[in-house]
Design a binder for this molecule. Sequence first.
Ligand SMILES: [Zn+2]
Ligand SMILES: [Zn+2]
Length: 83
Amino acid sequence: MSTFYCEYCGTKFPSVINLTSAPCYRHPEGPNKGKHKLYEGSLKSNYTCKYCGQTQSSIANLTAAPCHRHPKGTHKGHHAPSL
Ligand SMILES: [Zn+2]
Ligand SMILES: [Zn+2]
């Protein structure tokens, strides 16, 4: 069985339909302001933030923290996994 992850919050879903039909509490526009977004990168043992290079063992852990090098400004958004 496949597992799909949201790029914003790291929540796991059994299908892309489930993922893209549910609101994301860590959406960049604000909590639940949009749907989860499919993470299209490969699954890894470590995920690196594409803005600052910080590494965490899961997408959920990585995106939980604000990023000091976020393009919208320091701590204006969360870390985002590179693909
Ligand atoms: Zn999400
Ligand atoms: Zn970062």
